[in-house]
Design a protein around this ligand. Sequence first.
Ligand code: CU
Length: 127
Amino acid sequence: MRIIKPTAVAIALLSGLLISTLAQAHPKLLSSTPAEGAAGAPPDKIELHFSENLVTQFSGAKLLMTEMSGMAHAPMPVKAKVSGGSDPKTMFITPTASLTPGTYKVEWRAVSSDTHPITGNVTLKVK
Ligand SMILES: [Cu+2]
């Protein structure tokens, strides 16, 4: 009993520490360029800025077109290169060809040091 008690306390302390470390490590999307809901000229690239350093091999994004000529359609994948920046909190989505007018959705997946994938999306319009 004398041995078990301090061990239990140590485990409780450790798990508490681990939980707070994990919660802090979840990446949040802080901003994007173009910004959510923005409408404008076709961007050369879309930049996503996160709150945490990303693990590149587990993080990524898909670019989808969801509307054209004012008509919504089933999400259509658009070819794009996804890469990290020199800033490990940044992700770049570079369309292979210039985006035609319509509405696009970036579906991102961000993984930081705790390895839990966090997902979200950004919508933008090209005029
Ligand atoms: Cu996590």
